[in-house]
Design a protein around this ligand. Structure first.
Ligand SMILES: C[S@@+](CC[C@H](N)C(=O)[O-])C[C@H]1O[C@@H](n2cnc3c(N)ncnc32)[C@H](O)[C@@H]1O
Length: 233
């Protein structure tokens, strides 16, 4: 006999999983080449289980959260071949694009989690990452959607847990209400130091910055990118 969950419970559970991951999971249909990469290559590059186990001799291991089309992740991996990079992204089209970039550039230092970054973070030990990048997280600009934002108290606590002491957390956004939101919450946590000394610091792109697709759109539409660096105390 199959026991069906109580309908209210089922609804609550569906709601709980929706609450964890907002945004697009898929866009236009993948090309045959992209589908093939997702079927064949993605499983061989999966970050889970054991996200650190893939990077035995690496000088450092970094995480990019919501890498979109992978512009920044690919750039880092190409420039730092002796370092390991984990990227997490639930949007399938972005994952497929990044897989194509990995093969074109013949990179062997990226592992991908196609899904929610919190799953990767939960599998990481304390003090294990050398850098974390959160570049243009989904802004959710309407106040009634603020609770969907990635930056929340429990998420910041996880960022703190997985970063090594003295390691940087990079956060960039072009949406002023999110910039204020993130700054206030990350500083309120108490475990991060903000490195900025003047506005020129947070208005200047990170060193060796390749830009990203979302950033290019923000600039085209007249919004100002803000680049924050926090150090885990
Ligand atoms: C506005 S886009 C920016 C993408 C890219 N960083 C850029 O600058 O072009 C935000 C990305 O975060 C991803 N994202 C949203 N929630 C996420 C989560 N829980 N874990 C990982 N990525 C997530 C979205 O799918 C989306 O691709």
């Amino acid at each position: 006999m199959t026991i069906k969950p109580h309908p209210h419970r089922e609804r609550r559970e569906r709601h709980a999983s929706r609450r964890r991951l907002w945004g697009r999971a898929k866009g236009k249909p993948l090309s045959a080449h992209q589908s093939n990469l997702v079927q064949e290559l993605l499983p061989t590059l999966a970050a889970l289980p054991g996200p650190l186990s893939h990077f035995g001799g690496a000088q450092s291991v970094s995480l990019e959260i919501g890498f979109g089309g992978g512009e920044h992740l690919l750039h880092l991996a190409k420039n730092e071949p002796n370092c390991g990079f984990i990227g997490a992204e639930p949007f399938l089209n972005g994952v497929a694009k990044t897989l194509a970039g990995i093969t074109e550039r013949e990179l062997d230092n990226i592992r991908i989690h196609h899904g929610d970054v919190t799953e990767v973070m939960a599998a990481l030990p304390k003090n294990s990452l050398d850098r974390i990048y959160i570049l243009y997280p989904d802004p959710w600009p309407k106040p009634r959607h603020y609770k969907r934002r990635l930056i929340q108290e429990d998420f910041i606590a996880e960022l703190y847990r997985v970063l090594k002491p003295d390691a940087p957390l990079y956060f960039a956004s072009d949406i002023i209400s999110y910039v204020d939101w993130a700054l206030a919450r990350i500083l309120r946590h108490g475990g991060f130091e903000w490195t900025a000394e003047s506005s020129s610091n947070w208005l200047t792109p990170y060193e060796n910055w390749p830009s990203t697709r979302y950033e290019a759109k923000a600039r085209r539409e007249g919004r100002t990118p803000h680049y924050f660096t926090f150090i885990k105390a």
